[in-house]
Design a protein around this ligand. Structure first.
Ligand SMILES: Cc1cc2nc3c(=O)[nH]c(=O)nc-3n(C[C@H](O)[C@H](O)[C@H](O)COP(=O)(O)OP(=O)(O)OC[C@H]3O[C@@H](n4cnc5c(N)ncnc54)[C@H](O)[C@@H]3O)c2cc1C
Length: 363
């Protein structure tokens, strides 16, 4: 079909990146976003780490491709992240899978290596005995809201229409799908579901099969520091990361509390927990005042992998969701796959929504 009409549900990183690829491939694209601006939810609330070494090989391939695309984006965009390098710390049971992750990343052409923590820039984290450090020179940092805005602008420049402040409802219209938004029913040749935490509910409300999507809240804080590090470090075993942030540092204790799809709010108990964790892992940061604290939802399905590809029941519906904690790094890779699905190109079976049997349809 020449120039198919595609409606993208949700203007987060997944939706904006899908829209950019689709518009560049000649689709007539409309992105419908419920909020009055982009990045109100997960995509505007992330930590901005560009991370390519992951224990899961399927996700690692997506983050490598995503980082490559952020470095040299489509649509004439300048690089979307600053290369700073990164260090992961792993200990205990995580050592073997992370050594394997380094070997598989190297085999895929990514330069990264296991080094002695004593020789790594740990940015104030104190390693546990027996830890390994993994240095990835091409990892880096970005400002998520800026990345989203720039991808959204590039999609608009490529012809995508952005409809803000419009709650979308998916409807089945004869053989096809339509989207009701902003008081209009819009027919679509294809619909891309990039509605983040709300993606499963949106399809279930239309009578489709829902996905077992679960949303976990995570907190971040910023704190003032004159001598802030220049790159990021993540202890994956104890669940702490630190990155530079304007005026100081950004800190996270990797909390994950299951929540409904909602506008995530800060829970003071989690900020107290963060201080407790930092006293063990990075004592120099534990007592810093918090300049700002915020929380966001990260969406997962049970195997922890993204959901990208055509819906088994409604093949004109393409999912681009459940990007968990790596949606910034991988958004352009996800958008590339979602756009490919609209053109009938195969998406990896490991990401397909068909890997989950239809679950109970919620009212
Ligand atoms: C605290 C935190 C830290 C993170 N840190 C990193 C990191 O360092 N590196 C990294 O790579 N990733 C990180 N992530 C992950 C990344 O931010 C997410 O994976 C990504 O933002 C998900 O994008 P999305 O477009 O799927 O979801 P969202 O950004 O939530 O976008 C979905 C959009 O759909 C809209 N929507 C929903 N329902 C409707 C409807 N019915 N009609 C219209 N619009 C609708 C919503 O308003 C929303 O704007 C982090 C996430 C969090 C929460």
């Amino acid at each position: 079909m020449a120039n198919p009409r595609v409606i993208v549900l949700g203007g987060g990183l997944a939706g904006a990146a899908s829209a950019l690829w689709l518009a560049r491939r000649g689709c007539r694209v409309t992105v419908v976003e419920r909020e009055p601006r982009l990045g109100v939810h997960a995509s505007g609330r992330g930590a901005g780490l560009i991370r390519q070494v992951l224990a899961d090989p399927v996700l690692a391939a997506l983050t490598r491709r995503g980082a490559q695309l952020l470095a040299t984006p489509p649509g004439g965009l300048a690089a979307l992240y600053a290369v700073t390098g990164s260090v992961l710390l792993a200990s205990g049971d995580e050592v073997a899978p992370y050594r394997a992750a380094v070997a598989s990343a190297n085999a895929a052409g990514l330069a990264c290596e296991v080094v002695d923590p004593a020789d790594a820039a740990l940015c104030g984290l104190v390693p546990q005995a027996g830890s390994i450090a993994i240095h990835t020179p091409s990892d880096g940092l970005a400002t998520p809201a800026e990345v989203l805005q720039r991808i959204g602008d590039a999609a608009a420049a490529a012809g995508a229409e952005l409809v803000l402040d419009a709650e979308a409802r998916l409807e089945v219209a004869g053989e096809g799908l339509a989207v009701r938004a902003g008081g209009r029913l819009r027919a679509a040749d294809w619909v891309v579901n990039a509605a983040g935490a709300w993606a499963a509910d949106l399809v279930a409300a239309a009578g489709g099969a829902s996905l077992p999507l679960v949303n976990y809240r995570r907190h971040l804080v910023s704190a003032p520091l004159t001598d802030a590090p220049s790159s990021w470090v993540w202890d994956v075993s104890r669940g702490v990361y630190v990155r530079p942030h304007p005026g100081g540092v950004m800190l996270c204790a990797c909390d994950q509390t299951q929540r409904p799809a909602e506008d995530a709010e800060v829970d003071p108990a989690e900020l107290a927990r963060l201080r407790g964790v930092l006293r063990d892992v990075a004592p120099g940061y534990a007592e810093l005042p918090h300049t700002e604290a915020w929380a966001g939802l990260r969406g997962f399905v049970p195997d922890g992998r993204f959901v990208v590809g055509a819906d088994p029941q409604w093949p004109r519906l393409v999912w681009a969701t459940a990007l968990g904690g790596h949606g910034l790094t991988s958004c352009l890779a996800v958008g590339e796959l979602a756009a490919g699905a609209v053109f009938g190109e195969p998406t990896p079976a490991e990401l397909s929504p068909a890997r989950y049997p239809a679950v109970e349809v919620r009212p």
